[in-house]
Design a protein around this ligand. Structure first.
Ligand code: HEM
Length: 246
């Protein structure tokens, strides 16, 4: 097959309505030209990162919309938007696995082209790391009514599966999906550069383990733990009578 012919077709002329509306000319020029790639896998490496950056842009924008919807009292709309964020998170994690089709040697060659760049410099990721604190403040003001309701009431003593509960679960899902991404990313690192290697920043890869333990909304995890303690304080030590006991 004639590579040059197909590479030209792939770029498109950029003058059709679809191409103009979607800026395909600029979009498809965001990767290195074929003769600039250090190996064929570098194209995949760039595209996966760029696609993930776009999903993070959509997620961050949607989180801003969620904040507005919550403040406007439109919980159901905010929940639909949260579902969109969760799907983006699932896709971000699922897409990492594409890079497991890259051999460790191919990655080493690509790595030499990255300069000191690292995912920690990702604008999307840095934005997403900052947003949860502000979003949680909105949750507290609106659903905890500035302190007159508690998560304990919402989850346990006054549990009614209400809007405050549904929204709290959407926050917890965000936290959990973030961890799933970080775990999958760590596995990808192990697969590509090994378990004990140094990162491009010269720091041990294991530094990312701190992020694996980070919770954006610790109160949502504490409320569960507190319930477990309250409901089962004697669990494993004292056993209530069960129906099948004689
Ligand atoms: C073979 C593929 C990959 C390897 C070997 C790799 C490796 C690494 C390493 C070593 C770090 C730590 C950097 C440091 O200490 O400064 C890191 C961080 C990061 N990488 Fe990757 N990465 C890969 C793919 C990706 C992809 C596809 C994304 C997509 C968004 C990504 C996003 C990130 C982010 C967001 C961080 C910061 C994580 C945090 O602070 O918890 N990486 N990566």
């Amino acid at each position: 097959m004639d590579r040059t012919k197909y590479e030209k077709i792939m770029r498109g002329a950029g003058d059709l309505d679809y191409e103009i509306y979607l800026n395909t000319k600029q979009l498809l020029a965001c990767q290195k030209e074929p003769d600039e790639l250090c190996n064929p896998d570098e194209l995949q490496f760039m595209i996966v990162h760029q696609v993930e950056e776009l999903w993070m842009k959509l997620m961050a924008t949607t989180l801003l919309d969620i904040n507005d919807e919550i403040r406007a009292g439109r919980t159901l709309k905010a929940l639909t938007l949260f579902r969109r964020v969760h799907i983006c998170q699932e896709m971000m994690t699922a897409q990492l696995v594409l890079l497991e089709t890259m051999s460790p040697k191919d990655y080493q060659e690509i790595r030499l082209k990255l300069g000191n760049g690292s995912g920690q410099e990702s604008p999307g990721f840095r934005t997403l790391l900052k947003m949860p604190t502000d979003l949680w403040q909105t949750y507290e003001e609106v659903y905890l009514e500035g302190g007159s309701r508690t998560l304990e009431q919402i989850y346990d003593s006054e549990y009614s599966h209400d809007e405050a509960y549904m929204m709290a679960e959407a926050f917890a899902e965000f936290d959990e999906q973030f961890q799933k991404f970080r775990n999958a990313h760590m596995q990808l690192i192990y697969r590509s550069i090994g378990v004990a290697a140094n990162s491009l920043k010269g720091r041990p890869v294991e530094i990312l383990n701190e992020g694996l333990r980070q919770k954006f909304f610790p109160a949502l995890w504490h409320v569960r733990a507190e319930m477990t303690d309250r409901w089962g304080g004697t669990y494993g030590r004292k056993r209530d009578k069960l129906p099948h006991d004689a």
